[in-house]
Write a protein that binds this ligand. Structure first.
Ligand SMILES: [Zn+2]
Ligand SMILES: [Zn+2]
Length: 107
């Protein structure tokens, strides 16, 4: 198995399988570094907007490694991310996206 992006050989532990949030029929495998880069650049925004205020939903991560391990990434209304008191914005959107859809059964 190799990383889709840098073509490095992947060992059994440190790779991430990603289906672009359900977009791909066949998920791709990335090394951790490439995945982290992909997610913080190309997937920094989800493409949806907050229903409350229309601001883009942006990746929220305190610990990307842990989020990847949990296989779920969080995207929040930009106002939540910028707020000094995020509780003021708790009616704004915040969504979790699976790195790979859990119902999929890849062989
Ligand atoms: Zn790579
Ligand atoms: Zn909002």
């Amino acid at each position: 198995m190799t990383c889709e992006k840098c073509k490095k050989n992947l060992d059994k532990k440190s790779f991430v399988v990603f289906d672009k949030f359900g977009e791909l029929e066949e998920p791709m495998t990335y090394c951790y570094e490439c995945f982290a880069e992909l997610i913080s650049t190309q997937y920094k925004y989800l493409g949806d907007n907050c229903e409350k205020c229309g601001a883009p939903l942006e990746l929220k991560t305190d610990d990307l490694e842990e989020d990847i391990e949990e296989k779920i990434l969080w995207y929040c209304c930009k106002k939540i991310l910028e707020a000094s008191d995020p509780e003021e914005y708790d009616d704004h959107d915040s969504v979790g996206e699976y790195v790979i859809q859990p119902e999929a059964d890849w062989e």
